[in-house]
Design a protein around this ligand. Structure first.
Ligand code: AMP
Length: 182
C-alpha cells in the first residue's frame, strides 16, 4: 500500500508500479469518483465528503473495499489512499486475514507540505482548490499520519522520499518493494 499526503504522488507511483509488476492498483479516491459519477449508493453517500475534502465515513469505505476484495480475482494489490484511518487499517487486517492475505509493505511517500500543495494546485482536480487542498493536508496529518507508526510497529513500513522527478521516486519505490519481498 502507498501511504502519504495528498500530492505525494501515490496515484502516479501506483500506476507505475502496476506497469512494472503484476499488480492490481486500486485507488479508493478513484473508486469513489467513479461511484459519484455513476450515482451508485456509495457514490451518493460519498459525494459531499469528496467535494469538501473530508474523509468518507469508515463504514462506507470499508463496504466498498470489502466488495472490491470479494470481486477481485488477482491477489496482488496496491492500495493507494487506503487505509486512511486507524479503524480502516485494523479492519483491513481482519479482512486480509479472512482472505489469507497480508500487507507486504506500507510504503510511506513523504513530501513537505509546501511541495504537496504546489503539486495539488498544479493538478487542478475539482477538490484541489487551495482551501480544500490545505484542509486535506490537515486531515491527513490528523487521521492518516498515525498509520505510519501502526505499520512501523507491524514491521511493514518502508520510507520513501517523494521529492524529485517521477522516475527518481519510482526507482525508490521499486527498491522499497524489492526489499520488502526479500
Ligand atoms: P484521493 O483521490 O486519494 O485524493 O481521495 C479523494 C477523496 O476521496 C478524499 O478527499 C476523501 O474524501 C475520499 N477518500 C478516498 N479514499 C478514502 C479513504 N480511504 N477513506 C476516506 N475517504 C477517502
Amino acid at each position: 500500500m502507498l501511504l502519504g499526503p495528498p500530492g505525494a504522488g501515490k496515484g502516479t507511483q501506483g500506476a507505475r508500479l502496476a506497469q512494472r509488476v503484476q499488480l492490481e492498483h486500486v485507488s479508493t479516491g478513484d473508486l469513489f469518483r467513479t461511484a459519484v459519477k455513476n450515482g451508485t449508493p456509495a457514490g451518493v453517500r460519498a459525494e459531499s465528503y469528496l467535494r469538501s475534502g473530508q474523509l468518507v465515513p469508515d463504514q462506507v469505505v470499508l463496504q466498498v473495499i470489502e466488495e472490491y476484495l470479494a470481486s477481485v480475482g488477482r491477489r496482488d494489490i496496491c492500495f493507494d489512499g487506503f487505509p486512511r484511518t486507524y479503524n480502516q487499517a485494523a479492519t483491513l487486517d481482519d479482512l486480509l486475514a479472512q482472505f489469507g492475505l497480508d500487507v507486504t509493505a506500507a510504503i510511506h511517500i513523504s513530501v513537505p507540505d509546501q511541495e504537496a500543495l504546489r503539486r495539488l494546485l498544479l493538478r487542478g482536480r475539482s477538490d484541489d482548490t487551495e482551501e480544500t487542498a490545505r484542509y486535506r493536508l490537515q486531515v491527513y496529518r490528523q487521521d492518516t499520519a498515525p498509520l505510519i507508526d501502526y505499520y512501523g510497529a507491524a514491521g511493514a513500513l518502508a520510507e520513501v522520499d517523494g521529492t524529485g522527478r517521477t522516475d527518481e521516486v519510482a526507482a525508490r519505490v521499486w527498491r522499497a518493494v524489492r526489499q520488502s519481498l526479500t
